[in-house]
Design a protein around this ligand. Structure first.
Ligand code: ATP
Length: 518
């Protein structure tokens, strides 16, 4: 370090001396600076070029199609597409053009990576995975270089593992294979995609190592059409959110090595988890096991699973607690949602709670009897009634609404607008851009008014029940749907016996236990 400082001092002295003697050193200094920059960054640029792309999954994949829950159609389609890799001699005899790429398209966490790994196991292929974003660098040409490296690495890996096939899995493939010309620094993106197309075009059935590319994306609409033409990714397999049966299979898979209490019902849980992905369900099972561990229990109970579900849906329980007045208002609000939901769709409430989580101070968890994919107008109007019932209950009990309802109103308004947009209003099929704003506002208002009247009438009829349910929520924090239904049928709260226990507020409180009605 000292030597460097002495040399730098001498250099500055020489430059000052020569400048004073009238020499123009600027061109020399610029040249020196440029040389230094090239020498100093040579190592880094080289590193970027050489940077390995793609993670090798320990030897070969141990995941099989049996480890993928649900996704029956995706599995069947994928297995069918993979047949040529398993039985390539016959495929060759029949002159079949091999599939070069398969695209797995679907929402996040639905098992696309799992399916690609299972495909590698099924075809006894070497497996190498990379993410689309790993190929994109600011330096032109490096992405293309990495694509070449990836294909080379896959072939080498297969040879090392003495396999005749390799699967290259590219996650987030839309980053690498997005529409050409659509990106800001598009030259680099285009070169990288072109290289991928060149590599895929060069794949042959008679290659020493037969390579199959499996791409995964959440946004197939962003892909360049060239990548989807026959001979490239010519098979697209949809990997959708699981249906009830699929959820039940995924839950069973992730609970298979966990001790469960006898009362646990995977079927009920599958019913209550409509809209959740495989990744959510895996997280739910894990959270439930953590809760059981925290309780010091050896087995996971239904309660642990329900609590874990709340956490996955709504977020971690909050430390911040509402004041007693706020808690009462939240309880009335949630009771309103629950009562209207049960009246319009009997059996639809899985749980109502006033424990603060995420952005909510309380919430009602719904559990439809069956997965719903088609919504008639009546169902959307029912949904609006349930959404505005919280504010309706507050108004009935306090004579005013509060900010707790702002999100509900936004969603209700959104649904009312959808009824109009989908041509289900008296206006019929409308184009929102050309229809008169007054007419649109009028029909939207009519839908909301109608729902508001219906909600108010249900709440009025069940005034005592709303109050009783709110009281129970304040005492017990949550009510399962079954107890809520009992209270609604009985027209009020069951009789309770009181026992001391720590409440969720952390203080000593009262636990209630249902006494036999008699
Ligand atoms: P992304 O699009 O975000 O990359 P992905 O569709 O590739 O997600 P995976 O990485 O395959 O999803 O899934 C994440 C985790 O979720 C898996 O490791 C697994 O634990 C669980 N999982 C997801 N889907 C399933 C499924 N169908 N069966 C069993 N487990 C699943």
């Amino acid at each position: 370090m000292k030597k460097f400082e002495v040399l730098a001092g001498i250099a500055v002295g020489v430059v000052a001396f020569l400048t004073l003697r009238g020499y123009n050193l600027l061109p020399w200094l610029l040249l020196l600076g440029l040389t230094y920059f090239l020498v100093a960054t040579r190592g880094q640029l080289g590193d970027i070029g050489r940077k390995k792309v793609g993670a090798v999954v320990g030897g070969s994949s141990r995941i099989t199609f049996d480890d993928v829950g649900g996704q029956r159609v995706a599995k069947r389609e994928l297995m069918e597409a993979l047949q040529f890799l398993r039985d390539y001699e016959r495929a060759k005899r029949l002159g079949i053009r091999p599939l070069k790429g398969i695209l797995l398209a679907g929402p996040p966490g639905t098992g696309k990576t799992l399916l690609a790994k299972a495909a590698a196991h099924y075809t006894d292929s070497a497996f190498i995975s990379a993410s689309g974003s790993e190929f994109i660098e600011v330096y032109a040409g490096l992405g293309a270089q990495r694509v070449r490296n990836l294909f080379e690495s896959a072939r080498k890996l297969a040879r090392d593992q003495k396999k005749t096939a390799a699967i290259i899995f590219i996650d987030e493939v839309e980053v690498l294979a997005g529409r050409r010309g659509a990106q800001v620094g598009h030259l680099e993106y285009d070169q990288t995609l072109n290289q991928l197309l060149v590599e895929m075009d060069g794949l042959r059935l008679e290659d020493e190592v037969r390579v199959l590319v499996i791409g995964a994306t959440n946004r197939p609409d962003l892909l360049d059409p060239a990548i989807l033409r026959p001979g490239r990714f010519d098979r697209t397999v949809r990997v959708d959110l699981p249906d009830k049966e699929g959820r039940s299979e995924i839950l069973s898979l992730h609970l298979r090595n966990k001790p469960l209490s006898p009362e646990v019902s995977i079927e009920d849980l599958a019913r209550e988890t409509f809209g959740l992905s495989g990744a959510h369900l895996e997280s739910l099972c894990n959270e439930a096991a953590i809760l059981a561990l925290r309780r010091g229990s050896d087995a996971i109970t239904q309660r642990d699973l329900e609590e874990a579900l709340d956490k996955v849906l709504m977020g971690e329980r909050l430390e911040r607690l509402p004041s007693p007045e706020e808690l009462r208002r939240v309880a009335v609000h949630e009771a309103g949602h629950a009562v209207v939901s049960e009246t319009l769709r009997p059996g639809s409430v899985a749980q109502v709670t006033v424990s603060p989580r995420g952005n909510a101070l309380g919430f009602v968890r719904h559990a439809p009897q069956d997965d719903v994919y088609v919504y008639p107008k009546e169902a959307i109007e029912e949904e609006i009634c349930i959404l505005i019932a919280g504010a309706g209950a507050e108004e009935m009990h306090y004579g005013s609404k509060s900010t707790t309802a702002s999100n509900d109103f936004q969603r209700a308004l959104d649904l009312a607008k959808r009824i109009v947009s989908y041509g289900m209003s008296p206006l019929g099929v409308v184009d929102r851009d050309t229809a008169s704003p007054e007419a649109l506002a009028k029909v939207t208002r009519e839908i909301l008014d109608r729902c508001q009247d219906r909600t108010a009438s249900i709440l009025k009829k069940n005034r005592a029940q709303v109050k009783a349910i709110a009281d129970e929520l304040i005492r017990r924090e949550s009510l399962p749907g079954s107890e809520l239904r009992k209270m609604l049928e009985a027209g009020g709260p069951p009789r309770w016996r009181w026992r001391r226990m720590p409440s969720y507020r952390g203080k000593r409180g009262l636990k209630v236990e249902e006494a036999a009605r008699g």
